[in-house]
Structure formats: C-alpha cells, structure tokens
Design a protein around this ligand. Structure first.
Ligand SMILES: *[C@@H]1O[C@H](CO)[C@@H](O)[C@H](O)[C@H]1NC(C)=O
Ligand SMILES: *[C@@H]1O[C@H](CO)[C@@H](O)[C@H](O)[C@H]1NC(C)=O
Ligand SMILES: *[C@@H]1O[C@H](CO)[C@@H](O)[C@H](O)[C@H]1NC(C)=O
Length: 349
C-alpha cells in the first residue's frame, strides 16, 4: 500500500511542474506585453490634445503600447475585429476614439465602461448589428457615429439602454444602415439633447410625427435619400410642418399627397405631450450639467484652499522647528566651546 502511494506521488510531481510552466507560458505574454513588436503610432499634440495617429497601419488588435495619458486615438482603416475592456482601460483619459472602417462585428456591454471622458466614438463602416446599451450611458459621450453598419438595429439598442439617465449625446449619425430591409425609426425621447441627426440613405418601415416629437432640441436633420412609408397619408405633411415650425434644417420629405389636402391636420395631443416631456427632461439635464460644472469648480477651489492651508501649516511648523533647532556649529565654534567648557571644568576642580 505504502509503495503504491509513494509512486503515485512521484508521478504527480513532474506533472505539477509542467502545469506551472504551462501556466507561466500562458500568462507571461499578456503580463509583460512586448512593446518592441507593436507598430509605432505617431504621437503628438493636436489642438492641445495628446493624439496617437494609427491611421491605416494594418492593426489587427487594439494597440497596447500607446502612452497611458493619450486623449485622442485615430485607428481608422485598420483590421481590428475585437475590442476588449482591458485594452481600453489602459487609456482612461481617452476623449476621442476613431474606429472607422475596421472589422468590428460585436462589442460587449462593458467594452467602453470606465471611459468617463469619452466624447466622440466613431464606429462607422464596421459590421455591428447592435450597439451595447452602456454606450448610451457614457457620461461624456457627445458624438456617436454608426454610419454604414449595414443592418444595425439601432432602435432596439436604444430601447435596451432605457432608462437613460443623464445623457450628453448631441450628435448621432446613423446614415446608410438599412442595407437589406427597411429599419425601425428609433424612439429618441430619452435622448433629448440630440441636436444633429443624420439618417440619410435609410429606408424606414414607417414614419410618424411621434418620432420627431421626442427630438425636442433637433437643429439639423440630414434626411437626404431617405425613403419611408407613412401610417396615415397626412403624417408626412405634419412632419414637414412640425420641423419647419421648429426651424430645423432639413430637406422636405416627399409626401404621397398634396399639401393642401392635409392643411387642417394637426399634431396629435399625445405627441405634443411627448414634446413637452422631452423639453422638461432637456431642461433638467442642462441644469444637472451646469450643477455638475459648478460643483466641480467649487470642489477645485476647495481643494486649492485645502492644499494652501496644509502648505501654510506645514511651512509654519517647519519655520518654528528651524528656529528652535540648534544651528550647525562650525569647527571654530566647536573648538571655542570646548575651550570654555575646559575653563568651566577648571573652575570647579
Ligand atoms: C450594460 O451595462 C449597464 C451599465 O454600464 C447596465 O446598467 C446594464 O444593465 C447592462 N446591460 C446588459 C444587457 O448587461
Ligand atoms: C450624413 O451622412 C452622409 C453619409 O454618411 C454624409 O455624406 C453626409 O455628409 C452627412 N451629413 C452631414 C450634414 O454631415
Ligand atoms: C443621395 O443619393 C445620390 C444618388 O444615389 C448621391 O449622389 C448622393 O450623394 C446621396 N446623398 C447623400 C447625402 O447620401
């Protein structure tokens, strides 16, 4: 019995060692990523922002060796298929990320989580079918480009992101996303800051005034080459009138009926309510942003006062200590003191 046990122990020992070596081999490349083998992007300051230019450099993975405090990364026209949260957490100061024309087909919900300062995200010309809901909850995101992700379901993506709390999104480009079949027009009422919307080149399954009632801050609508069905024949004219009254810059939708036949048609009271709610939410978010700025500013001022205060106290203490501290004696002084001490000793002897 004893013999059997000892031989089996002997047998597992080398196996354990092998396992360790295997584990180390697996872990080491990720841990000590070799930056010598990564292509070098040109890094410089552009408009005061630290920018890495990796345009058309045949990257197949997100670069891992850019400076950690980089603010702009230009990665358009590469061959990146996947982006992981770990890649992006290397660059938490990122403000603008350009990924036009890569091979991205899927993003995880947490991929961009933690990018608190991200303002611009360009994912146009990729193969996305959906955008993760967390993108619409990024606290600083202002510009989102999703153009030419053919067949992306943007309506569903926004639906999944609800409720959207404090959003900053003001510019959204979803042009040319309906390649194979008409798409659903998204419900924008939880994104009331949107001022610029590009829907050009799309076919919508149907359009109705309610779709625009939730866009209460809209200023520019690029709707060139849009085709759509309408639920009611006069809806098209109601939309045209509504957008004109709100001074939106757009191309008049081509309507199936003549304008005169719909001159008495009005916006539905329900849609007017949506518009009012949107305006209310818009105000609240604006106020929230102003408050946040003021709070940040006040926090900054308090911090400076605190630092100055600590500085004064520290400086004061140091000064006191210095005055109390015996000055370092020169050799001559020490010799003189020795002399005096000797004399004192002499008196008492
Ligand atoms: C995605 O992430 C957000 C927070 O960033 C979270 O609120 C939401 O529940 C997540 N959604 C899914 C489908 O995991
Ligand atoms: C809207 O998107 C189309 C296609 O991507 C583009 O050609 C057009 O310039 C965009 N419109 C604006 C106003 O930027
Ligand atoms: C609209 O379509 C025409 C013809 O296909 C094209 O020339 C034009 O660039 C398109 N406009 C936009 C903004 O996509």
């Amino acid at each position: 019995m004893k013999n059997v046990k000892s031989t089996s122990q002997l047998g597992t020992m080398p196996f354990n060692n092998l396992l360790w070596i295997l584990l180390l081999c697996l872990l080491l490349p990720g841990w000590a990523f070799d930056c010598k083998n990564e292509k070098k992007c040109k890094t410089s300051r552009v408009h005061g922002l630290k920018t890495s230019d990796c345009y058309r450099m045949d990257f197949k993975e997100f670069p891992k060796c850019l400076p950690n405090n980089i603010e702009v990364i230009e990665l358009s026209y590469n061959r990146i298929r996947k982006i992981y949260q770990e890649d992006l957490l290397l660059y938490t100061y990122l403000q603008h990320l350009y990924l036009t024309d890569n091979l991205i087909v899927q993003l995880k919900n947490n991929t961009f989580a933690g990018l608190e300062y991200l303002e611009t995200l360009d994912l146009s010309v990729n193969g996305l079918l959906k955008v993760p809901p967390s993108i619409f909850q990024l606290p600083s995101l202002k510009n989102l480009y999703l153009s030419q992700n053919k067949n992306i379901n943007i309506a569903e993506s926004i639906e999944e992101a609800k409720p959207i709390g404090s959003t900053s999104l003001t510019k959204l480009d979803i042009s040319y996303i309906s390649e194979d079949s008409p798409v659903e027009f998204p419900d924008f009422k939880e994104l009331p800051l949107i001022a610029f919307l590009n829907i050009s080149g799309n076919a919508f399954d149907y359009l109705s005034p309610k779709h625009f009632a939730g866009l209460c801050n809209l200023q520019i609508l690029d709707n060139s080459n849009v085709t759509a069905q309408y639920e009611n024949n006069c809806d098209c004219w109601i939309i045209n009138r509504w957008l004109t009254e709100r001074n939106v810059d757009f191309h008049t939708f081509l309507c199936p009926l003549f304008s005169q036949e719909c001159s008495n048609e009005q916006m539905d009271p329900e849609d007017l309510k949506v518009f009012e709610d949107c305006t209310e939410k818009f105000k609240n978010i604006k106020q929230w942003h102003v408050l946040k700025k003021v709070a940040l500013w006040l926090g900054g001022v308090l911090l400076v006062i605190l630092i100055l205060g600590i500085g004064f106290v520290y400086f004061g203490c140091n000064k006191n200590r210095k005055t109390k501290k015996q000055p370092i004696m020169t050799l001559r002084e020490r010799v003189e003191l020795m002399h005096v001490e000797n004399k004192v000793e002499n008196i008492y002897i």
